[in-house]
Write a protein that binds this ligand. Structure first.
Ligand code: UDP
Ligand code: MG
Length: 311
């Protein structure tokens, strides 16, 4: 019997846990060839999620949990689940029912057919807010333009990975994890399947605008050093352009018109000031990454788990 491990990061999702577990149970009831286990990763929830999770774990030995000492973020929660997962394949999904468990049989079919990664592509449905659509498509455009790997638009952390890919992901220990890119980066045989995103079962999105911006910057700077090159090219191009200004400056000097040109000076100063700050910012982001990585801190801290208990 093949063993499937489901990894579900959750942050303040007390209202969704029951619905999710029931729905997963129903899906696997129709798949007698597989045994399964759900690892719920409580990412430092402030509501009653942990109590609900522990209660579920007591009732059902297939429910495991990991609880963090504080909120470490969705990607780190996912990493913790993958680190602990021990199965023939692993499926990661959100806790809010936006990733329909009914897609699991299809994922397993593709895996059995020899694919190592089965990832999902969100079909643009009406339920997605216009803002989320716009920001998400802009993000993927910039990401793909800047980085060496191609991540398709609308590929969430809802995917199946085989044991071989799991082993590679376990080995990673980088700060600012960005699984969407990493899974593409590891290679192997991959296939995408479309899915219709459901409404959130209960609660609100935990990805605030601030978290989304951070995630986008993390994604880009984790996969590319092109912004650093772009900064250098830009500086060079502008130096060349400024040479064009030289004849005018000489002309003004020789013909005694040295006082004029205040506006152009102010504009130039403002422009270069902004440009320098932007480029310093880009360098700063990479430097910050090096700084955090050099400390080699763990990506998460586990407060409690039932994973090592014998069931
Ligand atoms: N999540 C998490 N830690 C966080 C934020 C979110 O573990 O700091 C979980 C959340 O509980 C959910 C998943 O990550 O299971 C995706 O978050 P959400 O549904 O809020 O994002 P959206 O679907 O709106 O992009
Ligand atoms: Mg969601």
């Amino acid at each position: 019997m093949k063993h499937v491990v489901l990894v579900v990061p959750l942050y303040n999702e007390e209202g969704n846990i029951d619905a999710l577990l029931t729905s997963i149970e129903n899906v696997f009831a129709a798949l007698p060839a597989y045994s399964y286990e759900v690892i719920l990763v409580d990412d430092g929830s402030r509501d009653n999620s942990l109590q609900v999770v522990k209660q579920k774990a007591q009732q059902d030995p297939r429910v495991k949990y990991i609880s963090f000492s504080r909120n470490f973020g969705h990607q780190n929660a996912l990493k913790a689940g993958l680190d602990m997962a021990d199965g023939d394949c692993v499926i990661s999904m959100d806790a809010d029912m936006q990733h329909p468990p009914s897609l699991i049989p299809t994922m397993l079919q593709h895996w059995e057919a020899g694919f190592d990664v089965v990832y999902t592509v969100r079909q643009e449905g009406a339920d997605l807010s216009a803002f989320k659509k716009r920001s998400s498509s802009t993000f993927y455009q910039i990401l793909n333009w800047l980085s060496e790997i191609d991540v398709e638009q609308g590929t969430p952390d809802f995917r199946l990975i085989g044991r071989n890919v799991l082993n590679e992901l376990k080995r990673l220990n980088e700060y600012d994890l960005f699984f969407r890119g990493l899974v593409k980066w590891v290679g192997f045989k991959q296939i995408s399947i479309p899915y219709q995103q459901e409404e959130r079962f209960s609660g609100k999105s935990k990805y605030t605008l601030k978290k989304m911006m951070r995630f986008a910057l993390q994604g880009i700077t984790s996969f590319s050093i092109r912004p650093l090159y772009a900064a250098a090219y830009l500086g060079f191009a502008i130096s060349l352009l400024s040479l064009l200004y030289l004849p005018y400056a000489l002309y003004s000097y020789y013909f005694g018109r040295t006082i004029s040109g205040w506006a152009s000076v102010i504009v130039t100063i403002a422009f270069f000031g902004g440009l320098q700050l932007t480029i310093l910012g880009i360098i700063g982001i990479y430097l910050g990454k090096l700084f955090m990585q050099s400390k080699g801190r763990p990506l998460y801290i586990i407060k409690e788990t039932n994973l090592y208990e014998r069931s």
